[in-house]
Design a protein around this ligand. Structure first.
Ligand code: ZN
Length: 221
């Protein structure tokens, strides 16, 4: 079950260990509005463990009997060198590449936890809660502040985002995160979801696209 490895855009293994996944909540205004949350004054952070990682193209596995599980498609940043208290320049040099990940979220469970003032891990950090695509080397990504990505569910567009619309852009996020959590080689940063979160169902056909780089087709089970 836990056979995830980082792979590049040619399907080759990337020689980096598995690490934690640091996630950013509420980084796109339109998504903050759809869930009626407040605009954060600093990035909202939480962590998924390495056991959350799964191979996106194989399948997307939903937990059973725990209520609706929502798609949150996000730009994922693979880290190749240690970052602690980093500047923007150092953060830029620590990026191996860019991929797309799903921050699967048990929305009713999260609602209950939020109401009780409890951490979100049971809603977001469960086994296989982070299906991950391949990664495109950073040198091939022209502009980190203009990355377009999308999610189709059963051939209809559900999420479409561009990193331009992030409240906290990628390098700022890495520098900010590294003030609290050191990022290590093999860690992944998930940079927040645009609007369009909704429940996934068994047998849904997903198509995930990083514009100009790759398209991944997969099935929800
Ligand atoms: Zn998310």
């Amino acid at each position: 079950m836990f056979d995830y490895k980082h792979i590049d855009n040619d399907g080759q293994n990337i020689d980096l260990p598995l690490g934690k996944v640091v996630c950013v909540g509420r980084n796109y205004l339109q998504h903050i509005k759809e869930l009626e949350n407040d605009i954060p004054s600093e990035p909202l952070l939480f962590i998924k463990p390495s056991t959350s990682l799964a191979i996106l193209h194989r399948s997307v596995v939903l937990p059973k009997n725990l209520g609706p599980c929502h798609n949150e498609l996000e730009i994922a940043v693979l880290i190749k060198s240690p970052l602690s208290q980093a500047s923007l320049q150092v953060a830029a040099q620590a990026i191996w590449g860019i991929g797309l990940g799903l921050d699967l979220t048990l929305r009713e469970v999260q609602g209950r936890l939020k109401k009780q003032g409890q951490p979100w891990e049971r809603a977001k950090a469960f086994d296989l809660s982070c299906p991950m695509s391949q990664f495109v080397a950073k040198e091939k990504v022209k502009d980190l502040c203009n990355i377009t990505f999308s999610l189709q569910v059963n051939n209809s567009l559900r999420q479409h985002g561009n990193s331009q619309a992030m409240l906290f852009p990628i390098l700022e996020l890495l520098a900010n995160i590294s003030q609290t959590f050191s990022l290590l080689p093999g860690d992944i940063v998930m940079t927040g979801t645009p609007k369009g979160v909704a429940a996934l169902s068994s047998d849904d056909q997903l198509e995930v696209e990083l514009d100009g780089h790759f398209r991944v087709n997969t099935t929800v089970v």
